[in-house]
Design a protein around this ligand. Structure first.
Ligand SMILES: Nc1ncnc2c1ncn2[C@@H]1O[C@H](COP(=O)(O)OP(=O)(O)OP(=O)(O)O)[C@@H](O)[C@H]1O
Ligand SMILES: [Mg+2]
Length: 323
């Protein structure tokens, strides 16, 4: 992948595993591979959507982008620079420019702080501003996310779920970021409020040219907001492309099942086809991790190294059927 100047963030061959089992002496016996050899780039002003079932590694990938988790392998580049080597002012610039909005505003907002303090906390920490300046900035930020100025003196518990998420968005915007990692930003909200928050995020993008790394369970939301989409399965990106490519010219059997959302995603217990199946959790030890559930599987899939194949300049797939 070329590092064009418009790439705000780029990941190259990033993997992350968590210890799953330890023996009596505390030595790690088994690792859970949460993110496997993922490469991606996020360009200025674009939304990169991420879909995939619970546990496929979406949030871990988001945390790696935010430097809240360190990858075991691979490199994260912010504007072409390896973030693990950034120091002082340069590291701060990256942290200021890459912000997060998480799923649950209930737990992400400090209940003891007033709304204006929450919204301007990052400004207070990173810049020398007076209380008056911070309050003024808070009022303008509340306006940007569609909240009345009178809310500035309130506490989070006095707000509805949607309003709290607006506060979380205002807090992220306070530092005028270039990229926001939005991890299920609407999943905890009532359906009627979800669309309002999605629209707000889209309006903000239009006005400010911010990029989003947008994680969501909702395929219609991801289809509506994303320029490009990643489909993850067990830590691998199995398909990647422009939104139309992934949703309309789907190639990976997993993406097909995900989009159809058919019950085959939870197939009846079947006899394990080959020895390579891990007896404990239905994982394959080698080859394509989707093998046990894939309606199009072949024996060769167990020997496939999951190296992505380019179908076009933008559309990539990790599936042996396209070799
Ligand atoms: N800190 C951790 N320690 C151990 N295991 C972890 C940790 N964080 C994540 N995992 C595991 O890594 C895998 C990927 O988790 P992750 O939260 O990234 O998935 P996800 O795609 O965001 O799922 P969801 O859709 O439910 O939010 C899961 O199996 C999870 O249990
Ligand atoms: Mg998650």
């Amino acid at each position: 992948m070329k590092n064009t100047p418009t790439d705000i963030l780029r990941l190259e061959g990033v993997s992350k595993a968590f210890p799953l089992k330890k023996d009596f002496f505390g030595r790690v016996k088994k690792l859970l591979k949460a993110v496997n050899n993922v490469s991606l780039s996020i360009k200025r002003g674009e939304t990169l959507g991420v879909i995939g079932e619970s546990g496929c590694g979406k949030s871990t990938l988001g945390k790696i982008i935010l430097d809240l988790e360190k990858p075991d392998r691979g490199t994260v580049y912010y504007k072409g620079k390896d973030i693990s080597k950034l120091k002082g002012k340069d590291y701060r610039e990256y942290r200021v420019n890459v912000q997060a909005v998480f799923q649950n505003p209930q737990s992400s907002l400090n209940p003891r702080m007033r709304i204006w303090e929450i919204v301007t906390e990052g400004l207070r920490i990173n810049f020398k501003l007076s209380k008056k300046e911070l309050k003024e900035r808070a009022l303008s930020l509340l306006g940007e996310v569609g909240l009345p100025p009178s809310y500035a003196e309130n506490y989070p518990h006095q707000l509805s779920g949607g309003q709290k998420q607006r506060v979380a968005i205002a807090r992220a915007l306070a530092l005028t970021p270039e990229l926001i990692v939005a991890d299920e930003p609407t999943s905890a909200l009532d359906v009627s409020v979800q669309a309002q928050i999605v629209n707000l995020l889209m309006d903000i993008q239009e006005k400010k040219g911010i990029s989003y790394f947008f994680i969501s369970h909702s395929l219609p939301v991801v289809e509506a907001v994303s320029d490009r989409v990643l489909v993850m399965y067990k830590g691998y990106v199995v398909e990647e492309g422009k939104t139309e490519e992934v949703f309309k010219e789907t190639v990976h059997p997993y993406t097909e099942l995900l989009i159809e959302s058919v019950p085959e995603l939870f197939p009846k217990k079947e006899k394990r086809p080959f020895k390579a199946l891990d007896s404990e959790n239905g994982d394959v030890k080698e080859g394509c991790p989707f093998y046990p559930r894939c309606p199009k599987r072949r024996r060769e899939c167990l020997f496939y190294d999951m190296k992505p194949l380019n179908l076009s300049e933008t559309h990539r797939v990790s599936c042996i059927l396209y070799l």
